[in-house]
Design a protein around this ligand. Structure first.
Ligand SMILES: [Mg+2]
Length: 228
């Protein structure tokens, strides 16, 4: 069956995310140091990251929703130190603003635009990047998140939500992502076509290979055209 819809992972598929997330954590830490100085006096940025991970482990039913989980963590952190838990919403806004400051891969906007002429385009993200805030929302027909699906990739629920949004059968959808387990294995388990975005040329780690592998988004166009 021909491809009618392409779904994209966001972080490390359309932009590099490591430096963006590190910067967002650092800006949040600066804000905490101003708003809640007692916390920063005894906790480094790294120590707060460990504190956050420990809190996430205590809320397994929510941790797939990274926005909600981070707000709950901030509330508990501020409460623990005698600050107003309501500060959590403001702190999250600081993180969220810097978290959206991504630099698209050079060919991303052009490839999204070109593929969008012929295919339905969706985003399936585990993170809290916001394509509308980033300024590429017009390229997407739908976006699905773990908050809506109740589970993160590779759980089938989030891919099923995307298939519903696309109104498409699994074999007519190609999913593009950088994570071998969350993106490739997760999408393959439901019967979607899979494209592994592998900009750094890592060896494939798993036994069931993707249907295609690309180093740049530009290379995606000929892959999809060959399947259509
Ligand atoms: Mg990714």
């Amino acid at each position: 069956m021909a491809i009618t819809c392409i779904t994209f992972d966001l972080d490390d598929t359309l932009w590099e995310s490591g430096s963006v997330l590190a910067n967002a954590e650092a800006r949040l830490y600066e804000w905490i140091a101003r708003a809640c100085p007692d916390i920063a006096r005894t906790h480094s940025c790294d120590a707060l990251a460990a504190h956050r991970q420990a809190h996430y482990a205590s809320i397994p039913e929510i941790r797939h929703d990274l926005t909600r989980a981070r707000i709950l963590w901030l509330e508990s952190l501020f409460e623990e130190w005698g600050y107003e838990p309501g500060l959590a919403e403001t702190g999250f806004r600081v993180f969220r603003e810097h978290r959206q400051a991504v630099t698209l891969f050079d060919d991303a906007a052009r490839v999204l635009g070109k593929l969008g002429e012929r295919y339905s385009i969706g985003a399936i993200t585990n993170g809290n990047a916001d394509v509308h805030h980033i300024g590429i929302g017009h390229h997407f027909d739908f976006v699905v998140t773990p908050a809506e699906a109740g589970a993160a990739k590779p759980d089938p629920a989030i891919f099923e939500l995307a298939l519903n949004a696309a109104g498409a059968s699994p074999e007519s959808v190609a999913h593009v992502g950088d994570d071998p387990m969350r993106d490739v294995a997760g999408a393959a388990a439901l019967g979607l076509c899979t494209v592994w975005m592998n900009p750094k040329g890592h060896p494939w780690p798993d036994e069931a290979p993707p249907d295609a592998e690309i180093r740049t988004l530009d290379a995606l166009v000929s892959v999809i055209n060959a399947w259509s």
